[in-house]
Design a protein around this ligand. Structure first.
Ligand code: C2E
Ligand code: MG
Ligand code: MG
Ligand code: MG
Length: 289
């Protein structure tokens, strides 16, 4: 009998590949016009002081309303925009919406934190663009935070640090996002003028649950405290974790426990809200620690 196992039917497989390929190409093409067509919208997720329950800030998170498929999450289009040249336009649009919305929260209102792509930081005109947006929207620099990842610092560290220094002159603070997940060393913390460290949700999720994550989070908190950096813990999904973190240090918490990212109009009710701190009554039993 002839061995037929080599005659695998690959037609379904090819169809799937080309579908994916076509969708990717269509998205790249549509991204060229997304900003001018008003399809890029910033949503906002509150950042809560986990010891007082006060809303201290919001993170701006990009959404793309693509007519052909509905709402597209950033994980599905930011990397494409970085590769195909639309990221500067999209980044500026999100920054402008974020600053305009934050200005609307009133004097002394919460700050807004905006993600910045490594590509944007390669642009020598980035600081002057930010200054222009602040002037246009009337938001004081002190109420703007920019989040950068470790990967933003791999290339041209000197030039990038200089640009960050210029932004600090405007009163803006710089946060290091997804800390502990990139390919860089702790020495970065000494080379760049950060004011906040954002602990990645992959560590927060298992805080108090696995020995490794508990040690890593505790160590990050220790580093931040001793370097005088403020802390945001990302991805807090339950009261138990919030309670544990509140017991550890002062910090801001971000996560579905408090709220998912919401469109700008829905931030109004959250601006002066004190979140009933149910998590503070939660028994904070550490399994590891
Ligand atoms: P990020 O900056 O680390 O933002 C936090 C992400 O975690 C957001 O996803 C947020 O919705 C999600 N998140 C918050 N709390 C929870 C939680 O309790 N559980 C879970 N499972 N997730 C939670 P999102 O909005 O999909 O954004 C994904 C990433 O896309 C962001 O991660 C950021 O790296 C990037 N991004 C978003 N907006 C922009 C932007 O305007 N510019 C750039 N360059 N990147 C952006
Ligand atoms: Mg972020
Ligand atoms: Mg983050
Ligand atoms: Mg993250």
């Amino acid at each position: 009998l002839a061995d037929k196992s080599a005659d695998i039917d690959v037609s379904w497989f090819n169809a799937e590949i080309s579908d994916e390929f076509r969708q990717r190409n269509d998205r790249i093409r549509d991204l060229d016009h997304a900003v001018e067509r008003g399809e890029i919208e910033s949503h906002f997720q509150p950042l809560i002081d986990i010891r007082t329950g006060r809303t201290a800030g919001f993170e701006a998170l990009a959404r793309w309303h693509r007519p052909a498929e509905g709402m597209v999450r950033p994980d599905e289009f930011i990397a494409l925009a970085e590769e195909y040249g639309q990221i500067n336009m999209i980044g500026e649009e999100i920054l402008r919406q974020a600053c305009r919305t934050a200005a609307g929260w009133g004097d002394g209102g919460p700050f807004v934190s905006v993600n910045v792509s490594p590509i944007q930081l390669q642009d020598p005109t980035f600081p002057s663009m930010v200054a222009r947006v602040l002037a246009e929207t009337g938001l004081p620099g002190q109420r703007l935070e920019l989040e950068i990842t470790e990967n933003a610092l791999i290339k041209d560290l000197d030039a990038v640090s200089w640009r960050l220094e210029c932004l600090r002159e405007l009163g803006i603070s710089i946060a290091i996002d997804d800390f502990g997940t990139g390919y860089s060393s702790l020495s970065l913390l000494t080379k760049v003028p950060f004011s906040r460290l954002k602990i990645d949700q992959s560590f927060i999720r298992d805080f108090g649950r696995t020995r490794e994550s508990t040690i890593i989070v505790d160590t990050m908190i220790g580093i931040a405290e001793r370097l005088g950096l403020m802390i945001t813990a990302e991805g807090i999904e339950n009261a138990g974790i919030a309670a544990l973190l509140a017991g550890r240090s002062a910090m801001l918490g971000q996560g579905y426990l408090f709220s998912k990212p919401v469109p700008a109009p829905e931030t109004t009710d959250m601006v002066s809200r004190y979140w009933t701190a149910t998590w503070m009554a939660c028994p904070s039993v550490l399994e590891f620690g």
